[in-house]
Design a protein around this ligand. Sequence first.
Ligand SMILES: Cc1cc2nc3c(=O)[nH]c(=O)nc-3n(C[C@H](O)[C@H](O)[C@H](O)COP(=O)(O)O)c2cc1C
Ligand code: SF4
Length: 448
Amino acid sequence: MPETRMLYRRVDEPGLASIETYRRRGGYRSLTRTVKEIEPEELLTTLQDSGLRGRGGAGFSMGKKASFLPRGDTDKFLCCNADESEPGAFKDRELMQKNPHQLIEGVAIAAIAAGAGWAFIFIRGEYAEVADILEGAVAEAYGAGFLGADILGSGQRVELVVHRGAGAYICGEETALLDSLEGKRGNPRLKPPFPAIQGLYGGPTLINNVETLSNVPHIVANGADWFKGFGTEQSPGTKVVSVSGCVQRPGNYEIELGIPSRELIYGLAGGPPEGREVKAWFPGGSSAPVLTAAELDLPYSFEALADAGSMLGSGSIIVADDQVSIPALALRTARFYHHESCGKCTPCREGTNWTVKMLERVLSREATPMDLDIIASVQDNIIGHCLCVLGDSMAMPVSSMVKKFRPEFEEYIRRVASDSPGLGSDGAAGLHALTGTSSLAPASGPHA
Ligand SMILES: Cc1cc2nc3c(=O)[nH]c(=O)nc-3n(C[C@H](O)[C@H](O)[C@H](O)COP(=O)(O)O)c2cc1C
Ligand code: SF4
């Protein structure tokens, strides 16, 4: 099954990152129409009618969230979340690197829809090269009159700043992002109040992901019905999916939402290396509950993956083949979230710590089968009891791995109890095979 390219259309055209090429291809026409012909209320209606759902994790309606911001003269803000630190996710990087003006145009239109005069792109510090590209593109957009105090002489104001984060996964959580942007330590805030009411500097703030905002110029150009013509009723549009781990062609693929997941993993990404089989896969980054080979035909949509007990999340598939040790994978997952926990609330701070310790027991000959029940119960005590979703982001995949692959954990305990290789052959292979972190993922996928 081929890709369906909307955001990736012409992504490989040389020079697309420059404003001349972008404009030659129709770029900034949607923003021009927005400031000259469309009332903000009409814009909001179009975005809501399109059914565009957030591509950063929760899948909430973008237009509805924008409509929550109060009207009137209060200072309002837009923050584009370009933190992209979830293991397995590397789609926003390619979108910003190769087509920065598509995002800038989307930010400007969304800011106008929400009545926000100031916008920020919060980009993870490790994406230094991409931040340079974005800054260059922002300067071009100012020069051409698409940003600033009086966009194209319309009286509409959108000021845009690219802000580099300092490298913490938690700063991708929207309220920690706001604290970080304000110059504080990036810790999540208690919600409510939600950012749409009280966000950056206490003002109403719209926060959206890079891919979400990159969709906006296309919706304005072609209309809500056109957008709904792609995907499923509850998951309209296309999705850029990062596929990594045990596949022959890791990279970013743009597909219509709702195609069978097998098409993504086998058809586009080439499946596991010759002679190997898919054993497990995460459909939405490392924080999504794991699925098995028997679930490969699930449609890749928000609703189908949720019905199957997992989630689409940021749209990043990590594949583990039959050489991967699931207990080793569970430990690696838990260690990541333990390291990234901000420590503000007890279930996450203590729970991630205990989970790492207990999984280390599994892998170092000290665990008993009863310990698996304790690991499962620790996860139950984390899920739904934390200040932000980071705690759940460890507990959900770990819990699902113990549940779906329990015989492997038990066999591992039995085997290591008698004569164990510990974290030896299969464990190490599992760790090395899973290259699904954003830092290890290919720089620009198959479109390079
Ligand atoms: C620990 C944690 C990390 C997150 N990291 C990101 C991220 O890197 N990028 C992102 O867009 N959303 C991330 N999110 C989700 C954001 O909090 C927020 O829901 C999202 O930016 C909203 O944009 P959207 O509605 O366009 O998806 C993260 C959430 C949590 C709990
Ligand atoms: S869940 Fe974890 S990361 Fe989130 S606030 Fe609590 S301790 Fe911090």
